[in-house]
Structures are given as C-alpha cells and as structure tokens.
Ligand binder design. Sequence first.
Ligand code: GLP
Length: 241
Amino acid sequence: MEIRKVENYSEMSQTASTIIINTIKHKKSPVLGLATGSTPEGLYQELIHQYNNHVFSFKDVTTFNLDEYVGLGKGNPQSYHYYMKEKLFKHLDINMENVNIPNGTVQHLEKECENYEKSIKEAGYIDVQVLGLGLNGHIGFNEPGTPFSSSTHVVELDDTTRKANARFFTSMDEVPQKAITMGLTTIMHSKKILLLVSGENKAEPLARLINGNISEDFPASMLKKHPNVTIIADKSAFVAL
Ligand code: GLP
C-alpha cells in the first residue's frame, strides 16, 4: 500500500481528485467506484470545480456506488441515491444511464445483488475505487466478520455503524437495519483503490490498518493484499501512529 500523508482534508480531496481526473482523461470508457459518507464530499466538490473549469468531461464515465440502505427510496434525502445526485451527479454532464447504485427498495434483494455484481463484471470491473474507512474497519458496508470472498450482498448493519451514521438522520430509530453493499471480492477486483482517511476519529482504525494483521475481523486489512492501493490520509488521522 502506498501511503500519502497530506496536510489536511482539502489536500486529501485535491490529491484524490487529481488521480481520478487523470484516469478519466486517459481511459476511453472509465469506470469509477464511488463512496458516500462525509469523507468524499470534498473530493466531489473538487471534481465539480474542475469540471466547471472545463478540465474534463464526465460524459463517458460509468459509475458504481459501493452501497445503499435497504428500504430507502431514491427520493429519500438519507438515501445514497439522493446523496450522489445532490453532491455530484446533478452538477456534471454524466449520462445517468451509466450511473449504478444498488436499489434497496426492490422485493428481491438477493436478485438485485446478483444483477449488480454482474453489471460490474460486464463493465470490465472498476478502474478507480474510492473508499472511506469505517470506525470498525468496515469498507462499503462490509462489517467485521464479512468473508473476504464475499460478492455484492445484503448486510445487517452493526450498531456502531448505525450510531456513526445516525448524524444524518433525525433519530437512531430511523437508521435502517440493513443495506446492500459491494462485497470484499468485488472491491478487490478494482484496478486501483483510493482509501481516503481524515480526522482524529479515524486515527485508531488507520493505525490498525497500517500496523495490524490481515484479518476478517477488520475488513479494511484486506486491502494489504491488493497490488494498487493508495491511502490518502491527513495529518490528524496519523495521531495514533
Ligand atoms: C459509511 C459508508 C461507507 C463510508 C464509511 C465512513 O457507513 N457506508 O461507505 O466510507 O461509513 O463514513 P464517513 O466518511 O462519514 O466517516
């Protein structure tokens, strides 16, 4: 894993944006894997800024999001569909037919997972996958204990994860119990992975990732087995190292 220590959140976002824009400029039909949460918001703002400055176009880009809550429709402001539309897609020239986010409102969730996995494969897998780091080491919504061999699946969310994400909802009761997430194998198929880490509250999981063993108890540790991972972390995330 390459580790890039940057000054602050803004530098983390710019560094990630430069790598993504280079991929978009140099690939004919680039495929991006996108994440939600607070961490990539600055990256998305930076991409919009560069797009507005005519640095590049999103028209040939295909995207796959990591995850979505079960039971939240596209119009629900807490859904990841809504997040992605508001924070990125509506500001760009992306063809919405090339945007893929798991649908957590279908009756047959298992079928949705299978189809999602198939679409990623058919797209030739992901060129650059953006990841955030959960406090318990989750990536996407792959909670501790998820087999490294997992493909896209339905998960029961950890209470720690629900609590961490409760800030986006009016009460803890509203945080869904389940989600659909790309699996760990799905993520490992990506050609390049960018793990973004910012802030002191991520210092413990970052230290465990860098110094700890590879174990299913800490899903992010799987990234150590991937040949092309760049961790972009700001100074404050390094306080436990
Ligand atoms: C959430 C998301 C992940 C995200 C992580 C960290 O639960 N499902 O994709 O990377 O937790 O979130 P944040 O960036 O808000 O700390």
